[in-house]
Ligand binder design. Structure first.
Ligand code: ATP
Ligand code: MG
Length: 332
């Protein structure tokens, strides 16, 4: 056990991890690796709320895991694991489901959004925030890096902690949202007023971490830009602002420095510069990813080790819960 605070985060196994996920989340997770005890999961159980092709789901889960590693998450320093391989997640989710008032779930705006866009409105989609609460509470995570879209779910988790403690006494750690430097929000390449999203149907809207250089060049050069020609950061010009945000995040340069670098140049120059920068950034990632994917035995072994590490902590919490609520001892 360390006295470091604990962080939990993850990404659902849907679509393709994007540059948005990297800049907004994974790059940040990387920086937290030294300071916190981190649990980063590949959230494959969450992916089941939409229909999945079994073969694709399994392959994508492994690919996400390899991408986490290739992007710099360190399995020695922290616990990087596959959610479904730690059965405690599903077990605690059931217990919490039985404590969650329907009224609370009815208020979740993400369910309203998602269920209005699909015919497959299943009970899992509805109670997905309860599984998310289980993910967090199992590790007694102190802080959770959450995007805007997940804030309401963290609030629900906090309500569940209060309700559970009221009835059974102190058991969990109350999770707080992570307040620190968060990565920039990256927008869609074709519609810069909406966020870049990995489950977007149109691949032109995002750069996937594993897109080959040719594709990256094509997508960035085809990005929608605004009227005008001066390269200047301006929120009223979301297309150029987005390209500059990506440039700044990957190069570490400020907007002023970028403006100087491209002074007197056209939008096209910025696109070429950015496409090269993205390709250069992702080149070592692709090399590492390809090596890892060729070595499935290594990945499987690592997943096993990580699952055991995660289970050690999750199992303790779940045993406490079973005891408190009156179930027989767990795990013999
Ligand atoms: P989906 O469309 O399936 O919801 P997503 O791209 O929104 O996919 P999530 O799995 O919901 O990805 O989120 C994983 C992490 O990536 C979260 O921390 C989220 O805040 C972050 N993230 C997702 N999209 C962006 C983006 N465009 N810019 C910055 N951060 C992002
Ligand atoms: Mg999302």
């Amino acid at each position: 056990m360390t006295d470091k605070k604990t962080i939990l985060s993850g990404s659902t196994v849907t679509g393709n991890l994007t540059l948005g996920n990297y800049i907004g989340a994974i790059n940040n997770w990387k920086k937290l690796q030294e300071e916190y005890n981190c649990f980063y999961m590949v959230a494959d159980l969450h992916a089941l709320t939409v229909f999945q092709d079994p073969k694709e789901l399994r392959e994508r889960g492994m690919s996400f895991f390899a991408q986490y590693l290739a992007l710099g998450l360190d399995p020695e320093k922290n616990t990087i694991f596959m959610q479904s391989q730690v059965s405690e997640h599903a077990e605690l989710a059931w217990v919490l489901n039985c404590f969650t008032p329907m009224g609370h779930l009815n208020r979740m705006t993400q369910f309203k959004d998602k269920s209005s866009n699909t015919k497959n409105i299943n009970a899992g989609l509805y109670s997905y925030p309860v599984l998310m609460a289980a993910d967090i509470l199992l590790y007694k995570a102190d802080v959770i890096p959450v995007g805007e879209d997940q804030k309401q779910h963290l609030e629900l988790c906090r309500d569940l902690v209060d309700m559970f403690h009221h009835r059974y006494g102190e058991t969990f750690v109350m999770p707080e949202p992570y307040i620190g430097s968060v990565g920039a929000r990256i927008m869609s390449l074709q519609d810069p007023t909406k966020k870049m999203s990995k489950s977007d149907d149109n691949p032109k809207n995002y750069v996937s971490i594993i897109d080959d250089p040719k594709k990256i060049q094509k997508k960035i050069k085809g990005a929608v830009t605004d009227s005008g020609e001066v390269i200047k950061y301006d929120e009223e010009k979301p297309g150029i602002a987005n390209l500059m945000t990506i440039y700044s995040a990957l190069s570490g340069m400020s907007y002023e420095q970028i403006e100087k670098e491209f002074e007197g140049k056209m939008y096209g120059h910025l696109k070429v510069g950015l496409a090269d920068l993205v390709c250069d950034t992702l080149k070592p990632v692709h090399e590492k990813y390809d090596d890892l994917m060729k070595n499935q035995d290594y990945l499987n072994d690592l997943l096993k080790k990580s699952a055991l590490k995660a289970k050690e902590r999750a199992g303790k919490t779940l045993a406490e819960v079973y005891e408190k609520i009156g179930l027989l001892p767990r795990g013999f």
